[in-house]
Write a protein that binds this ligand. Structure first.
Ligand code: HEM
Ligand code: HEM
Length: 176
């Protein structure tokens, strides 16, 4: 028998991380767009980095919990193409929860910047390499927005099944 709902820890992590990730995307977009003359621009960076690293830690815990948990199956009545789309979306979200913060972290490290996790300085784990840092900067300037697009698709899917589908195809209730 599969459970009716996701385990409570997975539900908590899902919503905590969703709020955190959306706030980090907004903060990143805002701080990167500020002119260098704005006095508080670089006060935002350490918070962005700390919460970004927190996401990286939490996603590892989340994947481990997922691995060892029983989760509800997708509704039987869903058309196959929607099941496939849901699975691809979920895998992509897990991958991006790793790749987006990792690109930010490696960009900062390769660029020779000190990285602090809520005030604790992290050890350097890469040689300084300006060229690599530049490439990672380009990656980190784009993939968060690809992430946002997939999050939007994911939300539209969840809301569609809730409000525009048969009640037995609702999946939101299992995550609330
Ligand atoms: C879930 C995690 C993260 C998300 C969603 C995220 C998202 C973003 C976004 C949307 C931007 C603005 C991109 C632009 O418009 O140019 C940005 C910039 C930035 N991110 Fe992240 N980020 C994350 C994690 C990290 C981490 C872990 C670090 C470093 C330890 C980091 C370092 C930076 C830096 C330094 C910038 C500014 C780059 C610039 O000034 O051009 N990010 N991030
Ligand atoms: C940053 C934002 C978000 C991320 C990264 C995210 C990520 C995920 C992931 C990876 C799963 C798959 C869980 C699993 O089976 O292991 C999931 C499930 C789910 N998410 Fe999100 N989510 C986000 C925001 C939202 C929002 C805003 C909603 C509501 C509109 C939502 C509704 C759901 C629902 C209903 C499920 C369960 C789907 C099912 O039963 O198969 N998510 N989410």
């Amino acid at each position: 028998m599969t459970p009716a709902k996701y385990p409570v820890l997975m539900r908590l992590l899902h919503w905590l991380m969703a709020i955190t990730i959306l706030s980090i995307i907004a903060s990143g977009w805002y701080m990167a767009g500020l002119s260098k003359d704005v006095s508080y621009k670089y006060d935002i960076y350490p918070w962005h980095k700390s919460f970004g690293i927190l996401v990286l830690l939490l996603v590892v815990i989340r994947i481990l919990i997922r691995w060892f948990s029983k989760v509800p199956e997708l509704p039987k009545g869903l058309p196959n193409r929607e099941k496939v789309l849901a699975r691809i979306t979920h895998y992509s979200l897990y991958a991006l929860m790793i790749l987006v913060p990792l690109s930010g972290l490696t960009m900062s490290d390769a660029g020779g910047r000190d990285v602090f996790f809520f005030g604790i300085q992290l050890p350097e784990f890469m040689e300084d390499n300006k060229e690599l840092a530049g490439t990672l900067h380009t990656i980190h300037s784009y993939i968060p927005y690809a992430f946002l697009a997939i999050i939007a698709l994911h939300m539209v899917g969840a809301l569609k099944h809730r409000f525009m589908d048969k009640p037995e195809n609702d999946v939101l209730g299992r995550m609330l």
